[in-house]
Design a protein around this ligand. Structure first.
Ligand SMILES: [Zn+2]
Length: 95
């Protein structure tokens, strides 16, 4: 199951306790959970998800923690580039 965990800037889409309950319910049925977490990677790690998709805000410490826990990462490098330019240029890409 893939769950979108990004909400408004600085917030998760659902309370972390609800995401944790979703993860536990999916795991109890023998499946894994991928988190669509562009900006909420660190927070979502604590819910027990099996992988982080995108993960634009993950840092080295997060990645080490993920490796220790066996959590996968599916980075989206092309979108990361566009997102970082969006943040500094207000959606205008400079060439
Ligand atoms: Zn996604």
């Amino acid at each position: 199951m893939k769950v979108i965990t990004d909400g408004q800037p600085g917030e998760t889409a659902y309370p972390l306790v609800v995401i944790r309950q979703m993860v536990d319910a999916v795991h109890a049925r023998g499946f894994r959970v991928a988190a669509h977490a562009e900006r909420t990677g660190r927070q979502i790690l604590e819910t027990g998800v099996d992988s982080i998709e995108h993960g634009f805000t993950l840092d080295e410490q997060d990645l080490r923690l993920m490796a220790d826990r066996g959590v996968g990462w599916s980075p989206t490098t092309t979108c990361s580039c566009a997102t970082s330019r969006k943040r500094t240029d207000g959606w205008r890409l400079r060439t």
